[in-house]
Design a protein around this ligand. Structure first.
Ligand code: SAM
Length: 327
């Protein structure tokens, strides 16, 4: 097990396998999309497998695949099978928008994927189109129930956006009545690929929670799992639970056990940093596994204390899209 300079174990990798997406959510990227990178700039599956293998020897045991939309990358499911076979990786999960996901449910079950995060910001078809700029609500909604029926632990991620979908907070919460699903409301972050719209954050975690409580005054606080980024609650008598993620207020950094690898190989030891090292270039320069390992150890010993320090240390202001970072 490897600990960072603040005594936090590094056990969790969020691996972005592509920068491409089949939605155009306005809070994530401009309508025209981001300038997608040439394939040669992306980490190959072999490079990612080698990196995960080395990280697993350092104590990383959990991998979440993200993107972009993971399933738009060719042969993703085969790559997932290979990842699931790496010794030391005991948990393999995925974050997806649900459009292409349904067809891979059987294979994901077979390889032992336990949890799926599904992004769904509204239960209203028209608002879905306004937010995601693609008419895919029906597909995503169907996928949600397919995943639940298949027995996955499903967490629905809903970004709360002022003037866009705050009227969805209660209907989304109501989904927990008859479904063992976790609905997680996320503060909007400035990763929209433009840098111009830096949210004032009218809807921060306390306000989101107050909105839920106004409808469900008996809302009960649950015990949060260690390293949880969400503060979790349950409506008495309901099957599922509700989480609130202070992604912009950054109140959970003290227990952060996660690192990120972007599709181009930038290693981020905090969501808010601008990349501490490029692993793709390092691998292509011919490093040995031992050299890679000591490089990782070195950067883990220089982690910022929290997302505010990471943002202060940046060479440039935030202009990147979440699709290139891996949400
Ligand atoms: N395509 C996959 C999906 O839709 O889940 C994985 C990638 S997506 C970038 C991962 C998560 O990041 C999604 O739940 C998305 O809502 C969230 N996200 C993207 N931009 C965000 C922003 N500006 N603020 C908060 N969350 C954001």
């Amino acid at each position: 097990m490897i600990y960072d300079n603040h005594g936090r174990p590094i056990t969790y990798l969020r691996l972005a396998v592509t920068d491409r997406c089949n939605l155009r959510c306005f809070y994530c990227m401009p309508e025209v999309g981001v300038k997608y990178l040439h394939k040669s700039k992306l980490m190959t599956y072999e490079e990612m497998l080698r990196t995960v293998s080395v990280l697993s020897e350092l104590g990383v045991s959990k991998v979440r695949i993200t993107g972009g939309e993971p399933f738009v990358r060719h042969n993703m499911i085969d790559f997932m099978y290979q990842l699931s076979e790496i010794e030391g990786i005991t948990e393999l999960n995925i974050t997806t928008n649900g459009i292409l996901t349904g067809q891979y449910i059987r294979q994901m079950k077979e390889m032992g994927v336990r949890a799926v995060n599904l992004s769904l910001d509204t239960l209203d078809k028209k608002r879905f189109f306004e937010i995601a700029r693609r008419d895919e609500f029906d597909k995503v909604y169907e996928t949600l129930f397919q995943l639940l029926d298949a027995g996955f632990e499903v967490k629905v991620n809903a970004v709360v956006m002022d003037g866009q979908n705050t009227q969805d907070i209660i209907p989304l919460s109501e989904l927990t009545k008859d479904n063992n699903v976790s609905i997680r409301f996320i503060e909007e972050m400035p990763f929209n690929g433009e840098g111009a719209h830096y949210p004032k954050l009218n809807w921060n975690a306390p306000r989101i929670l107050a909105e839920i409580r106004s409808q469900y005054p008996d809302l009960q606080k649950l015990v949060d799992a260690p390293n949880s980024t969400s503060y979790n609650y349950q409506i008495p008598g309901y099957q599922g639970n509700i989480g609130v993620i202070a992604a912009f207020s950054r109140t959970f950094c003290g227990t952060c056990n996660r690192i990120r690898l972007t599709a181009t190989g930038d290693l981020k030891t905090c969501l808010y940093d601008d990349g501490v090292l490029n692993i793709r270039d390092l691998l292509r320069s011919g490093v040995s596994d031992e050299e890679l390992k000591s490089t990782f150890i070195n950067v883990f010993k220089q982690r910022p204390k929290d997302g505010f320090e990471a943002e202060r240390n940046r060479k440039s202001i935030i202009t990147e899209s979440m699709t290139t970072i891996g949400g």
